[in-house]
Every structure is written in C-alpha cells, then in structure tokens.
Design a binder for this molecule. Structure first.
Ligand SMILES: [Ca+2]
Ligand SMILES: [Ca+2]
Length: 360
C-alpha cells in the first residue's frame, strides 16, 4: 500500500513536471526550448513571422494538433533561425504565406505530418553561411505541399562563392499543383524517397546540385524533370522488398508516368514479369548518361511461390543445401507433387493398416 502511494506520488510529480514544460498557445509566438501545443486556428495573420524559433534555440517542439496557421500572403509561417537545432514541428497546417516552414541555416530537425498550401514557397531549407558545405540533417516526413511556386525548396548560399548544404531528406511526402515541386539549388547528397510528385509544372528542378538520391517516387508532372544545370544524381536504390509508391512489387527505382498515362513505366516491356521495366530509363545523357536502372513497370510482378527463402545460401559454398532448398520449394509449389505426396501417404497408410489387420 505504502509502495503504491509512493509510486502514485512519483507519477503525479512527473506529470506536473511534464505539464510545466508543455505550453498551450493560441496565437503566433516565440518558441524557446520546450513543447508547445497550438490549441486553436490562427486566421489571416498579417505578421512578418508567426511562429519564431529564435537563433540558437534547442529542443523545441511545436505540435499544432492539426490547427491552421494562416497568413495574408507575406511573411513566414514558421521560422527556424540560425543555429537552432533539435526542433520538431508536427501536425501543422499552414496557408497563405510567402514562406510556410522556413529553416535559415539551422538543422538537426524534423518536420512531420505537416501540410503547407497556397504560399510562395511551402517548405524551405536555406543555407546562408559562406563557410559551408554544411551538414544540416533536416528530415521532412509525411509532409505535403500544394499550390506553391516552390513546393520543397532546398537552397544553399548562392552568392560568390556559392556554398552547398547537404543531408536533407524528403520522405513519404506529396507535392502537387506547384510550379517547381522540388527545387534543389546549391545542395548535394539529399534523399528524396517514397514521395508522390504530381501535377506540377516541373516535378524536380535542378540548379548546381549534385549526388541527390531519388527512389520509390511517383513522377507525374507536365515536365517531370527540369535541368537548369546537368550534374550527376542517383535514380534508384538496391532492389529489395518494400512498399511501392505506386503499384505492387519490390522497390528499386521510380514510377515514371504522365497525364495521358503513356509514360515510360506505363508502356515499358516487362517480359520477365518481375515488376521492373526490362531496360533502364535514360534520365539524361548529360554530363554523362544517367539511368534509373530499376524503373517500375505498370504490370504487377508474377507471384513467385517460395516455401523457403534460399537467398541466404551461397551457390558455391553451400551448393548441396541450395539444391535441396530449391527441391523443397519446387515440391511444395507444384500442385501435382503435393497431390502425389498425399496419395503416397494414403497408400502407405492403407497398406500398413491392411498388414496390421492381416497380422491380427
Ligand atoms: Ca489568409
Ligand atoms: Ca522486367
């Protein structure tokens, strides 16, 4: 009983500490370290910055609880200032800003389950320093951008000399009805995956950007890609099991389509029925040929029966066991073999039973 009372007291003390750290807000605010919950919509706000995470602020969480932060066509919806870090923005809806969510030379942060629409730039990660390259480590996950000039805009310092920023991830997002779905400018080594990029004038816009990695994305835009400058990029990952952004099958490259449904993925040959086009897709011949080596096919892959996974067995070192594994798979995946097995068991069982009866 005494132990129970102590446990309850500790739990209540922890709860009061948590509550003390969490702040409910109803309007635009400056967010220093702590957790903030927006408890009502903000409509037609006319300010230069609404939610301000100031310079050097750390460990800031803003949870809008799906409330709307609406501006009046100018200013910043959420502004994360220089050297701020460990910032989490989640469950926010923003509209009608010059810039919706804006990182100014800040990083080590996450934006998730957040939607920005009808703004000049929906999401912006901007490097300003002249001493970059800078590893910003910003992840945008389950976010959507709609009806913006730039949906997701990743931009380094574009002065002279230009200085790149890197390590920004766009994962499981959606961008639509924008001029540039994703614009990459003075940046490198970013990852864009599991993302639907559709009904934009330009799906992805490239300006002095290198070694970005695209995989498991859906492209369906007026122009899927726009190369203002041609630099090397990567267009697929290793073929493996996963959830396709469109259709069914293993993951690898991307689904390439257009408004009339006769894009490369819609029309390619998949003679071996593995769910991937049989030929790589040439993305651009410049500066040297770039390919999506695993473009998705519109055809669902042939279902392969596999009783045991043999892929972990080496064809050289474990040849015998590999053949046994294949034999077991063949046996259990062949209806006639299964039928014959049961028939044999039935016959042997019946013979034994008869022998037993005669013996008695
Ligand atoms: Ca408004
Ligand atoms: Ca194929």
């Amino acid at each position: 009983m005494k132990k129970g009372i102590i446990a309850i007291s500790i739990a209540m003390a922890l709860l009061s500490i948590t509550n003390a750290c969490a702040v409910n807000i109803t309007d635009c605010a400056t967010l220093s370290s702590g957790t903030y919950y927006l408890t009502q919509d903000i409509i037609n706000k006319s300010v230069s910055v609404c939610m301000n995470v100031p310079r050097n602020a750390h460990y800031v969480t803003l949870d809008c609880q799906n409330h709307l932060i609406d501006g009046s066509g100018s200013g910043y919806g959420i502004y994360i200032d220089e050297y701020a870090g460990y910032v989490t923005i989640r469950n926010c809806r923003l509209s009608d800003w010059q810039r919706g969510v804006f990182f100014r030379q800040s990083g080590d942060s996450l934006v998730e389950n957040t939607r920005v629409e009808s703004s000049q730039s929906c999401f912006v990660v901007h490097g300003y320093e002249t001493w970059c390259p800078c590893d910003l480590n910003v992840t945008l996950r389950n976010c959507s951008a709609d009806s913006c000039a730039n949906g997701f805009y990743i931009i380094g310092y574009t002065g002279t000399p230009s200085e790149v920023i890197y390590n920004i991830t766009i994962d499981s997002c959606e961008v639509s009805n924008s001029n540039a779905g994703i614009k990459l400018d003075e940046t490198l080594n970013n990852t864009i995956k599991n993302t639907k990029i559709h009904h934009n004038d330009y799906g992805v816009w490239f300006i002095n950007t290198f070694y970005n990695h695209f995989y498991n994305n859906l492209f369906n835009n007026t122009h899927n890609l726009n190369f203002q400058t041609h630099n090397p990029q990567f267009w697929n990952t290793t073929r493996r099991s996963g959830v396709r952004i469109y259709g069914t099958g293993e993951i690898g490259g991307n689904y390439w389509t257009n408004y009339t449904g006769n894009g490369y993925s819609d029309t390619c040959t998949d003679a071996d029925s593995d769910g991937f086009c049989d030929s790589p897709l040439l993305i651009t011949p410049y500066p040297s040929p770039q390919y999506d080596y695993l473009p998705y096919s519109y055809l669902p892959p042939k279902v392969v029966c596999r009783f045991i996974d043999c892929s972990m067995l080496s064809p050289k070192r474990e040849f015998f066991f590999l053949q046994v594994c294949h034999l077991i798979n063949w046996w259990f995946c062949t209806p006639l073999a299964i039928y014959l097995t049961f028939l044999m068991i039935l016959i042997v069982g019946t013979v034994l039973k008869i022998k037993d009866m005669i013996g008695k």
